[in-house]
Design a protein around this ligand. Structure first.
Ligand code: SAM
Length: 283
């Protein structure tokens, strides 16, 4: 049974880390005109009103997007964070931050006519929300009520010259780390040049290491890892950080992200830190 609902966590520090990285990745890939198929394997909803009861209940956005929003004038308009906040501003009705978008919007809102976007969402209620929301001005968006990892494997190879995938599970099941690793291995076998961004939580149990180690042992090359730690790991305090694994990072994106995420850490919490490193090198 699927219990997780992203509305309880929308706009938290992990969303900010993930969506800033995702938007920067998309923007760098779009510097070339050739068509891209985007796939979001665990889409959630397109948009989250911050006043919603679920989002207010935990109020996680106060320690995430709200901190950046309050300091938005301090970022250069052409810096990655400044540009990212400017996109977010287009969704607000005034100067107040009232809505935060999910990955379908971060991927869909800059889609070009030659690109495609496939969104997988398995939870019936979340899929209904997603179907009711506009995430892109273009027609090339498909919303599928299906398992995202199995769906991705069936979908590849794609007909466009380039492929960009976001894998962002809720990790409700312990074996999801292994499933994600196995899915990536299958995708790379079919599309060696696939660009894939995987999100994972940093939890005291450290289960994300299974994902990282499986991929390294399988010999998957060119994986860049970014970990943003906002507090020390304490047994019963849950998620202490957010991780991203990027396969086939475009040229120099790792340097741009390192810089943006270091700035992000300094805004999110006292003592927060970012570490970016190549987890695996060239083949
Ligand atoms: N990617 C979203 C974003 O960044 O805004 C957040 C996604 S949330 C972490 C995970 C989502 O995956 C939930 O909406 C959940 O219902 C959905 N989900 C869980 N298992 C799934 C599966 N096997 N296939 C597709 N979606 C699934």
């Amino acid at each position: 049974m699927l219990a997780y609902q992203h509305a309880y966590h929308a706009g938290n520090f992990a969303d900010v880390h993930k969506h800033l990285g995702l938007r920067q990745l998309v923007s760098v890939m779009m510097r070339k005109s050739s068509a891209i198929s985007f796939v979001d394997t665990h889409a959630g909803r397109g948009l989250y009103p911050l006043a919603a009861a679920e989002t207010q209940k935990l109020g996680e956005f106060h320690d995430g997007i709200e901190r950046l929003w309050q300091r938005r004038r301090s970022f250069g308009v052409e810096s990655p964070i400044g540009e990212w906040l400017a996109s977010l501003a287009t969704l607000q009705s005034g100067s107040e931050l009232s809505r935060y978008p999910g990955s379908p919007w971060w991927l869909g809102s800059t889609l070009r006519s030659q690109d495609r976007l496939t969104l997988f969402e398995l939870h019936p209620g979340e899929h209904r929300h997603l179907s009711d929301q506009t995430v892109s001005p273009h027609a090339g968006v498909q919303r599928r009520h299906a398992d995202g990892l199995k769906g991705l494997v069936k979908l590849v190879p794609v007909s466009t010259p380039r492929l960009c995938v976001l894998i962002d599970p809720s990790y409700e099941k312990k074996d999801e780390y292994q499933e994600v690793a196995e899915t990536l291995i299958q995708v790379v076998r079919k599309v060696r040049h696939a660009v894939v961004l995987i999100w994972y939580p940093l939890l005291p149990a450290g289960r994300h290491r299974l994902l990282l180690d499986t991929l390294r042992q399988a010999g998957i090359p060119k994986l860049w890892r970014s970990e943003l730690q906002v507090r020390e790991p304490i047994a019963d305090r849950g998620m202490y950080g957010s991780g991203l694994l990027l396969l086939n990072s475009p040229w120099q994106l790792d340097r741009e992200l390192n810089h943006a995420f270091t700035t992000l850490a300094s805004v999110l919490a006292d003592g927060a830190r970012h570490q970016g490193e190549w987890w695996t090198g060239e083949a």
